[in-house]
Design a protein around this ligand. Sequence first.
Ligand SMILES: Nc1nc2c(ncn2[C@@H]2O[C@H](COP(=O)(O)OP(=O)(O)OP(=O)(O)O)[C@@H](O)[C@H]2O)c(=O)[nH]1
Ligand SMILES: [Mg+2]
Length: 255
Amino acid sequence: MPAVNVVFVGPAGSGKTSLVKAYAEWCRKKLLLKVAPVNLDPGAEELGYKPVFDIRKLFTLRDIMERYNLGPNGAFIKASDLIAEKIDVIFQNQPFLNPSKWDLILIDTPGQMEAFLFRPASNLFLSKLRNIGNTVIAYVIDASAISKVTDAVFLWFLYVLIQIKTGLLAVPIVNKRDIAMNIKLLKLLIENPSKLIHEVENEGLATDIIPDLVEIATKTKGPFRAVLISAMEPNDMEQLHTILHEAFCACGDLT
Ligand SMILES: Nc1nc2c(ncn2[C@@H]2O[C@H](COP(=O)(O)OP(=O)(O)OP(=O)(O)O)[C@@H](O)[C@H]2O)c(=O)[nH]1
Ligand SMILES: [Mg+2]
């Protein structure tokens, strides 16, 4: 049976690593699943989970900065190129080598999305991943980062771009519900974006363009309910599991 892959992406600090940790623990404890967390972030310090594959085994951000005399952003871009160069080596490691040994592979990606997700390395990595099992993206939205319609629309466009770039189904996951700034806005964003127009206050220069942007958000609205969770709250992982299960019903099975 092929593995089931969930790739956690989202802006820096949105909670990808914390969710991989919390969700892996929940699936192991409650569902007795064999879960393989994978760290693809060469700049990670503390993960909080034990990765089955860790890109830092091949190189770290610090190594790259020193070896190529680069700053942190240049080093992230170089790291992406190295992921592409070493793709065969990466897939000769667990969990990729024997995907049938695992129920669930959870991929933690770097927060600098433009340095990985929006570069060619991610095409290569994701196409290899799709070959070993059904793959969806969990797009992590930081609830504490959205207070106004412009914040919501901005994060929505990243969501749309990620789906266009990867060709994969992405499930929006709102994390940090415990410190959310505007729960109503978050629910509208995912379930009823056309109503965002009524929430526009004085958004400065953006006010004129927001109706057009909201129209695009409405056109690109997915089939998903808003899922508001906290990586700090283990019981919330059931909601994450349910929405991922729904996504896999479209393209496969989540045990
Ligand atoms: N209050 C609260 N804090 C959270 C939650 N999830 C993550 N955090 C905190 O947010 C910060 C960033 O979390 P990470 O899990 O490292 O986020 P990330 O997306 O992996 O970050 P990068 O890999 O650097 O992009 C940490 O201090 C976490 O403890 C949450 O649900 N609620
Ligand atoms: Mg992280």
